[in-house]
Design a protein around this ligand. Structure first.
Ligand SMILES: C[S@@+](CC[C@H](N)C(=O)[O-])C[C@H]1O[C@@H](n2cnc3c(N)ncnc32)[C@H](O)[C@@H]1O
Length: 281
């Protein structure tokens, strides 16, 4: 328990307040909110349901879900990062949205009752969990019998050209290790067979892993390049001399060139979405 908590806390510490601000301001509207809608579609989330958003971060999926579910249902978001939860608590929900509760904690130790949710969702979180099986066992425990679980993780970075371009920029400016560190975070767990295995091993049934794509738009190369600030390596780049930062921007721009539409970047992103049902506890 102590080891798991300290892993989650270390991750949160690497994801400081500057990084989470970049995440919330740049990556949420361009990438994560559209993808949250997609995951909720796959999970057929609708009025009156009780939904848990695991690794909720700044409350991305929970907020979109609250609007769909409405006041007859309920939403809870859980995440180990106080910085993220502070952002989540600032969300202004639309009138008629489901009430949302925020809870601090790691995915493998969810302080909520067994069988208390119709839907358990996790967007771009499972790749970061130190013990994915334990987390999925917990996600199954809190899901009612017959309830649905779904998580999304990125497919390989080559299928996400905008982020591949950022990695190319980092490689040019800071070297291969920095690019590898960037890729190894969000794109560090991409094998659908391994996802199916761990989900079945956690006791879920009807497990399916499906590839999905969504086109995303950044209004400029600069906006795309700024997303690096949400990654731990962003701090290293920030502290670098201006010619290094210039080299990063130039190399990112060169790599994304085929996806320019005027000054905007329009490029596909790809995820694996794993869905399953809980047989009950
Ligand atoms: C890329 S963010 C995704 C956030 C959110 N799901 C979204 O769609 O915007 C990854 C999240 O995983 C959370 N996280 C990292 N380790 C975790 C763990 N062991 N248990 C639960 N969440 C964790 C982080 O705090 C962070 O909020």
């Amino acid at each position: 328990m102590m080891a798991r908590m300290s892993d989650a806390e270390a991750w949160s510490a690497s994801f400081g307040s500057d990084a989470s601000a970049v995440y919330a301001e740049t990556l949420l509207p361009t990438v994560f909110v559209p993808w949250a809608g997609d995951l909720l579609d796959v999970l057929m989330v609708g009025p009156g349901q009780r939904l848990l958003d695991v690794a909720c971060g700044p409350g991305t999926l929970a907020a979109v879900a609250a609007t769909r579910i409405g006041s007859t249902g309920a939403v809870t978001g859980v995440d180990p990062s106080d910085t993220m939860l502070d952002l989540a608590r600032r969300i202004e929900l639309v009138d008629g949205a489901a009430p949302v509760a925020w809870l601090r904690g790691p995915a493998d130790d969810i302080a909520l009752p067994t069988g208390s949710f119709d839907v358990v969702a996790c967007q771009q979180g499972v790749q970061f969990f130190p013990d994915r099986r334990a987390a999925l066992v917990e996600m199954r425990r809190v899901c009612r019998g017959g309830g649905r679980m779904g998580f999304s993780v990125w497919r390989p970075i080559d299928e996400c050209p905008s982020f591949r371009a950022v990695a190319a920029g980092l490689s040019e400016a800071l070297g291969a290790d920095a690019a590898d560190a960037y890729r190894g975070g969000p794109w560090g767990w991409t094998d659908p067979a391994a996802m199916t295995e761990v989900t079945e091993g956690a006791g879920f049934i009807d497990v399916q892993a499906v590839a999905r794509t969504l086109s995303v738009r950044f209004h400029s190369v600069e906006q795309l390049a700024a997303t690096v600030g949400a990654a731990p390596v962003g701090a290293q780049l920030d502290a670098s001399p201006s010619e290094v930062r210039r080299a990063f921007l130039d190399a990112t721009a060169a790599a994304i060139q085929p996806f320019l539409r005027g000054t905007a970047v329009v490029a596909p992103t790809a995820t694996t979405v794993v869905t399953a049902r809980s047989p009950g506890w």
